[in-house]
Design a protein around this ligand. Sequence first.
Ligand SMILES: [Zn+2]
Length: 145
Amino acid sequence: MSDCCSVNAKSGSAPAVMACPVNGARSKQVDMLTVKSLVRKLPLGMPNTQYYFCDASDCEVVYFALDAEAPRFRREDLVVRVGAKEMADPIPICYCFGFTRQDVWDEIQSTGKSTVGERVTVEVKAGNCACEVKNGLRVVQGKTF
Ligand SMILES: [Zn+2]
C-alpha cells in the first residue's frame, strides 16, 4: 500500500494550537481523516501535514494547515454545515443523527429540558455515531449547548 492513503499526519512536532491565518483565532488540531471526510473536493497532492480547525463564527476559514503552502478549506468547501460557523437555525449539533439546535430549543420549550445530548451520548456509546470523524469539533459537548 502506498503512502497516499495514509490518513495520519505526522503530528509529532506540530503545536497543539495555532492562530488562524485569517482572524488569528486559537485553533485546535484536527485529524486529517476529518478533513478528508468533510471536504467536498480534495485537491490533488494534499500534503501530509497537521490541520487545524478555526471555529470562529465570523471567519470563513474552517481548516488550515501547519504548512502554509497547504490548501485552506472554507465553509463552502465542506460537505456539511459546521455548527460553530452557522449563525442561523437550524444548526446541526450531531451530523450523524440530524439533531439541530432548533430541536434542542423546541424540546426545552415543550418539556423544560433537553435530552438530545443524552440521546446522542447513548447512540455514540452504542457505536452508531461517526461524529468523531465527521465533526472533529466536539459539537455535542461543546458550546452549542
Ligand atoms: Zn479563522
